[in-house]
Design a protein around this ligand. Structure first.
Ligand code: HEM
Length: 402
């Protein structure tokens, strides 16, 4: 198994991987039940059923401070820093359960559905700003939508949207990078400082004048007995911004790209708008915005007989799981009528993406309105550039003509 790719070759910094990680994971999946990347010191599960059960396994930690020193999770996510207060994504019970239950109500499907009409208006306003037949689908369309929706959910003034998007992009760029560029790290720190300062002010304002927005709701939850500390409040706002912005932009971008690459599927959707729900699930499966997640076993264990010690990094490739032919017939085929489009793109178990339904609603509304407004949508000669954000898969730019 020595010739299987490791280290940087399994990151977006590698040109082949950036172009398409799927053939790379196919090779790994076919050759081994569990890949060991000894350059970054991580095990990587690529088989669908293993990925699914690891994500849901209650005997797994997420807190990097519990990982063994020298493992990928420990080194990447600041496991050695005793002052490191991880966000919900990297917390274990009982803290995780407490925090998640405090913030989860507004993200339940029924609550998010109440936002659908407003999301539709946001999409329409973003489309109305496009005043040229040739435009960058990412900058002009996929970027602003999630930023505006999340900011509105939190009750933040519309004049701050551009700053908001820029800060969250800078903060996420190095968040999961094994080889961060020092300049980007500095930019991320400055952006994070600005975000924190911004939220301190917003929290103060909501305390004085509560509204019916998410931030006010989080503060009210705090006041109803079970408490979010000031730092936790700020961390949750940050996490929602960072976790919800880049990912949803990538879902819209990757989804439209898949439609442009498969004109028969584009035609199907145009002729039957009712396919949008299934189409977005297939977009999530076919080209997931988040390529992987990870867990830390809290005892010695194994996958298909391959041993894994307590405290090791057990990475799960969501991208690989979604293309496992044992589960998905013809996995490289983009098929919006696929009967079973379940996927691993939102993770699973205790840490299953909190914003999953919100992301779905945004993508459904955005893509339907886009193809209605531009029924002849096609690539422009200016082409596209893939984004280089470790852990994520999307586009920096994607030029189209309407
Ligand atoms: C297409 C868009 C999105 C994708 C693909 C995505 C994917 C993910 C994944 C893979 C995880 C980790 C799950 C695990 O390890 O089991 C996660 C966690 C999370 N996501 Fe999302 N996400 C998206 C959009 C959003 C949005 C819009 C929000 C909120 C506004 C959000 C908030 C969160 C939060 C708070 C967590 C941590 C949950 C926990 O640890 O309990 N995400 N997401």
């Amino acid at each position: 198994m020595d010739d299987l790719p490791k280290g940087i070759a399994l990151t977006v910094f590698d040109e082949n991987y950036r172009e398409s990680p799927y053939p790379i994971y196919k090779r790994i999946r076919e050759q081994t039940p569990l890949h060991h990347d000894d350059e970054l010191n991580q095990h990587i599960a690529t088989h669908h059923d293993d990925v699914k059960s690891v994500l849901r396994d209650k005997d797994m930690w997420s807190d990097p401070r519990k990982a063994n020193p020298g493992t990928y999770t420990y080194e990447l996510l600041g496991g050695n820093d005793p002052d490191n207060e991880p966000s919900m994504l990297l917390m274990d019970n009982p803290d995780h359960k407490r925090l998640r239950s405090l913030v989860s109500k507004p993200f339940m499907p029924a609550a998010v559905e109440k936002w659908r009409p407003r999301t539709r208006e946001v999409v329409a306003a973003v489309l109305n700003r496009i005043d040229s037949t040739e435009f960058d689908l990412i900058k002009d369309f996929a970027n602003p939508i999630p930023a505006i929706v999340i900011a509105e959910l939190l009750g933040i003034d519309s004049s701050c949207f551009d700053d908001f998007k820029a800060w969250s992009e800078a903060a996420v760029k190095t968040a999961f990078s094994p080889f961060p560029d020092p300049e980007d790290v500095e930019l991320a720190e400055v952006a994070q400082g600005k975000l924190n300062e911004f939220f301190v002010n917003e929290i103060q304002q909501r305390r004085e004048q509560p509204g019916d927005d998410l931030l006010s709701e989080l503060i009210r939850a705090e006041e109803a007995g079970d408490k979010l500390t000031e730092v936790e409040l700020m961390d949750q706002c940050n996490l929602m911004l960072v976790a919800g912005n880049v990912t949803t932009t990538d879902l819209i971008g990757n989804g439209v790209k898949a439609l442009l690459d498969n004109p028969d599927q584009m035609a199907l959707l145009k002729n039957n708008r009712g396919l949008i729900t299934n189409a977005v699930e297939e977009m999530l499966r076919f080209d997931s915005p988040v390529v992987g997640s990870a867990r830390i076993p809290n005892k010695d264990t194994d996958i298909q007989g391959c041993p894994i010690v307590k405290g090791a990094t057990l990475a799960v490739s969501l991208a690989a799981a979604n293309h496992d032919p044992a589960v998905y017939p013809d996995p490289g085929q983009f098929d919006i009528e696929r009967v079973d489009t379940h996927h691993q793109s939102f993770g699973g178990g205790r840490h299953m993406c909190l914003g999953a339904h919100l992301a779905r609603v945004e993508a459904q509304e955005a893509i339907l309105a886009l193809i209605e407004r531009f029924p002849e949508l096609r690539y422009s000669d200016k082409g596209f550039v893939r984004a280089v954000v470790p852990g994520f898969r999307g586009y920096e730019s994607l030029w189209v003509c309407g």
